[in-house]
Every structure is written in C-alpha cells, then in structure tokens.
Design a protein around this ligand. Structure first.
Ligand SMILES: Nc1ncnc2c1ncn2[C@@H]1O[C@H](COP(=O)(O)OP(=O)(O)OP(=O)(O)O)[C@@H](O)[C@H]1O
Ligand SMILES: [Mg+2]
Length: 282
C-alpha cells in the first residue's frame, strides 16, 4: 500500500514520503501548513487513490473527544419510554448509542481512512482525550459494557493550522509533516491540474504578481494556493487582458479582482503604496 500522488493532487516527493512513512509506522499523519495548502484535500486524495472510504471529522471549538467515540441519547430513550405501549426498543440501551466516527472507523469491515480536520480548533484537552484511542485503537463503551476495538487500523490524518500547540504526548504518537508553501514550479503543476488549458503568458504574469504580493513584507494574510486558483478562475471568466495585469502599465494601480488575493484593507493599501512607489521610481 503506497501513495504515489494522484491526478487531481500534486504531491511533492517529501509529502509522498511522509504519507508512506505514516502508513508504514501505522501512526497518524499530522499535517500542518498555511491555510489553503491542501491539507484537507490530501486526506481525500490518499483515501481515494488507496481505495479506502474516508470518514471525516471536522473539529470545532465545541467538539468533544467523546463525540468521536459515541454518545448516549438519553432524551430519545426517555421520550420513547413515555409513549404508550413502549416497545422492546426502549429496553435495549444499545438502540440509543449513537456511534461516532471513531466507532465507525474501528468497526468498518474494510480498512478506512479517517480525517480529524483542524484539531487545533478544539479545546486543549481534546488531543489528550484521544491518546489511548489513537494508540491502542480501542475504547470502552460504559453503557453497553463493551470494548470497541479496531478490526483494521484506520489510516488517520490529522490537520492543524497551529492555532494551539499540541501536547507532547500526542505528538509522540504521530508522524509529522509540514506542507511547505509550493515553489513556483510545483505551483505551476497545481494550476495545471485545475486549469489545463490556461494560456502560458497569462499564467506567467499572474504567477509573478501572485508571488510579488506574497513577498510583500508586513502582509497580514498572505494569499495561498486556493486564493491563486480563485483569482485565476476569475481572470479567465472575466477574460481580463494580459496588459491589465502588468504593473509596468502605469495606468493600473493594483491587479484587477485583487479581492481574491488580499483579504483585508491594510494589505490592499500596503500593496497600493508599493505599486505607487514603484511607479515613481521608474
Ligand atoms: N497540491 C495540490 N494539488 C492540487 N490542488 C491543490 C493542492 N493544494 C491545494 N490545492 C487547492 O487548494 C484548495 C484548498 O485546499 P485544502 O482545502 O485542502 O487546504 P487546507 O490546507 O485544508 O486549508 P485550511 O487550512 O484552510 O483548511 C483545494 O481545494 C485545491 O483546489
Ligand atoms: Mg482544511
């Protein structure tokens, strides 16, 4: 079982190496990187190319570890028990255990991939609460007094945007990979996957503007891969002429549709200032 990249996803050599190392070690792959560098998509693509179903667990600030295991729906049980002629269903507590993604992943008949997306959004206890489950691939359901143990070890992907530090004990159990921001050549391949028929000169100019914008010192939010893709999509849809993008043309202050790349007013005005200064120095 080896990941070799896929048609829709450009994986660098070191990323493929990391995925395969995690498979080999049977440890979760912890993926970090700027927003929009393909962390979530990686799990989808690996699962697809290895022919595994993907179970996704998107973490929010209110998510608790227990929800990934199971929840006991006491309210439904109470309501059912108050209905007239309450059935056998009420007597069996198992009918009110709602299985979480980990339970589903552990009991699936075939090996599955499991994505725990944006683990840093949860509270600080969340990763610690999952240590044993991730390590031993088992947990105990107190209500039904059963041990739920993985039939097949799922392939686990964990993504983080670094909003919170993860505990050392948790890190110890993972294989780590940081997706570096793609260099121009890799980026060109990524763009090619999404826009195979994009004109070469438009791409070259757009890429130059994009990396110039990213290189601005003091930018609050650097645009990333997904923003470049959005921008290109708009440029193509609006049929923006090549000249409009080249700031050598003094009439153009800021590239058109820059809202796809820069996401707050300070960054836009920083960029405007820079373009203005460039023009004066010319
Ligand atoms: N290597 C890549 N190959 C192809 N497309 C990519 C690649 N990296 C990013 N993309 C594009 O960027 C988009 C954003 O990727 P994704 O949602 O996986 O980012 P993310 O790292 O999970 O971001 P966030 O941290 O904001 O959740 C994808 O939908 C895809 O179109
Ligand atoms: Mg994501």
């Amino acid at each position: 079982m080896k990941f070799q990249g896929s048609q829709n996803y450009v994986a660098t050599q070191d990323l493929m190496l990391a995925v395969n190392a995690a498979i080999q070690l049977q440890r979760p792959l912890l993926v970090k990187g700027e927003p929009g560098t393909g962390k979530t998509m990686l799990a989808e693509e690996v699962a697809q190319s290895l022919g595994m179903p993907l179970l996704q667990w998107h973490i929010k600030s209110t998510t608790k570890a227990q929800q990934g295991l199971y929840e006991y729906d006491a309210v439904s049980r109470l309501r059912d028990s108050q209905l007239e002629g309450s059935s056998d269903k009420v007597k069996d507590i198992r009918n009110y255990i709602v299985q979480g993604v980990l339970w589903q992943a552990f009991t699936a008949d075939q090996p599955v991939a499991l994505l725990i997306d944006e683990i840093d959004k949860a509270d600080i206890e969340f990763p610690n609460d999952l240590l044993r489950e991730i390590d031993r691939m088992e947990f105990y359901c107190y209500e039904t007094r059963e041990l739920v143990r993985a039939k097949h070890r799922p392939l686990v992907f964990i993504t983080s945007n670094n909003e919170k530090e993860l505990p050392d004990a948790f890190l110890r159990r993972c294989f780590f990979h940081f997706i570096k921001f793609p260099e121009a050549e890799t980026m060109r391949q990524i763009v090619d996957v999404h826009f195979p028929s994009l004109k070469g000169d438009l791409l070259a100019v757009a890429m130059k503007t994009f990396y110039d914008v990213r290189g601005l010192p003091g930018l609050k939010k650097k645009p990333s891969t997904s923003e470049l893709l959005d921008w290109l999509k708009l440029l193509v849809a609006e049929d923006i002429p090549l000249e409009a993008l080249q700031s050598a043309d003094n009439k153009v202050a800021v590239p058109p549709l820059v809202g796809a790349l820069l996401k707050n007013e300070q960054d836009v005005s920083l960029f405007e200032k820079l373009v203005f200064m460039n023009q004066r120095n010319r």
